[in-house]
Design a protein around this ligand. Sequence first.
Ligand code: ATP
Length: 255
Amino acid sequence: MRISIPKNHPRAVSLGIREMLVDGLKAGLVVEEGLIAHGRGETFDYLIGEKTTPSAIMAINTAAALLLMSSHPIISVNGNFAALCGKEIINLSRACGALIEVNLFYHSVRRERAIQNHLEKLGATDVLGVGRDRSAKIPNLNGERKRVDPRGIAVADTVFVPLEDGDRTEALIRMGKKVIAVDLNPLSRTAVHATICIVDNVVRVIPILIQMILELKGKNRHSLTSMIRRFDNLRNLNESLKLIRLGGSEISATV
Ligand code: ATP
């Protein structure tokens, strides 16, 4: 039986997110390992103050510009992302014209179908990367994640990959694709190798990203291109690290 979380509990939002993942586990979207990966994310979320930082806003803004400038953007969906952001995935896909593809580290046909059904119930019309559709391959990548849809990740110019592992990000970059990652850990291989890494909780990122895409839609290609050119991923990650260090020194000063 589940206890109800008091709204004024200091960790109410964080506990609510945990419940979404537990519900996702029960519904067959999430695997146990996904809960542990979320725990790693929570730690970093705690350290950045559980809010969207100015450097994350800068990364989200650039990601919005890149998605609008891409001719074949794809949103790669795993179990945690589907459980946390179901409806927002569809809204994001509509806002920037990106297709949705399922890609799982801990792959099973049953889970792939569960994620497809979940997204279709929420309004998705064409979920790629399911069953026989995984007939193309990402070169030099181990495991089931290398199997991708020939209409999707295989031919994408930009791949949006929240909660990703570093191997696949590196493999996609080697294929010449742009990768937009969402990862609370600024030290992960994903964060470092992505074209743009947004260091923030994916639950907070997607609504802001959709808003920024809608705002940037009226801008000309030249200004979007210069926004993308100005962005330096490693410098942006270092801003997140500085903020984490600063948080630590502020606490010691007040104790
Ligand atoms: P890498 O292979 O890139 O070095 P890793 O081995 O930590 O990273 P995973 O085990 O796949 O990769 O973990 C997933 C990543 O997702 C973790 O870095 C974690 O910080 C991040 N993460 C988990 N939950 C969230 C969330 N809700 N929002 C943003 N990032 C998250």
